[in-house]
Design a protein around this ligand. Structure first.
Ligand code: ZN
Ligand code: ZN
Length: 167
């Protein structure tokens, strides 16, 4: 199967097309085609969109932190409580910032680069999913830490704790 590029770029009617975008299939000129990590041609809106998706989400790091926090929380370690507070707040802040960046920078940038309505709407759908799903864990975590039982348990542990040198 050969894919023969049409004569003109899908974004620049005056420029000759040199390839098809690997993702959306649009014809692209030399300046619109950007190589992806496998050196295949990708158009600018697709590039922006997928660059956004590959943005360091810190997924692996976050899982590590979650494991540490939960492991420490279950053992009622004071550092785990502190770390959980910091993590919960930081997560809410970063989610908010990344949504603001998407809404006020990435979305207009994609529109300006000629993204199709389908790409714009799938990105908005992705943002809605993030708005609904991303704050669940930090909110549950922060709510858990404010439970009277949890506070009492941490308080009890602190009272029983004594520096090793005092023994
Ligand atoms: Zn494309
Ligand atoms: Zn072009």
């Amino acid at each position: 199967m050969y894919s023969v590029p049409p004569a003109k770029c899908g974004y620049h009617a005056s420029r000759p097309a040199v390839a098809h975008c690997t993702i959306c299939g649009r014809a692209v000129c030399h300046s619109c085609a950007q190589p992806d990590n496998l050196n295949r041609p990708v158009c600018r809106p697709c590039c922006l969109y997928h660059g956004m998706k590959q943005r360091p989400s810190g997924g692996v790091t976050a899982l590590g932190v979650i494991n540490i926090v939960w492991g420490g929380l279950l053992k009622l370690r004071e550092w785990a409580r502190e770390l959980s507070l910091v993590y919960g707040v930081a997560r809410l802040v970063t989610v908010t910032i990344s949504l603001l960046v998407d809404a006020f920078w990435l979305l207009p940038a994609m529109r300006a680069a000629g993204a199709s309505e389908y790409m714009v709407s799938s990105m908005i759908f992705g943002m809605v999913v993030v708005i609904i799903s991303a704050p669940i864990y930090p909110i549950v975590l922060l709510a858990f830490l404010t439970r009277p039982m949890v506070k009492v348990q941490f308080g009890r542990q602190l009272k029983n704790w004594a520096p090793p040198s005092a023994a």
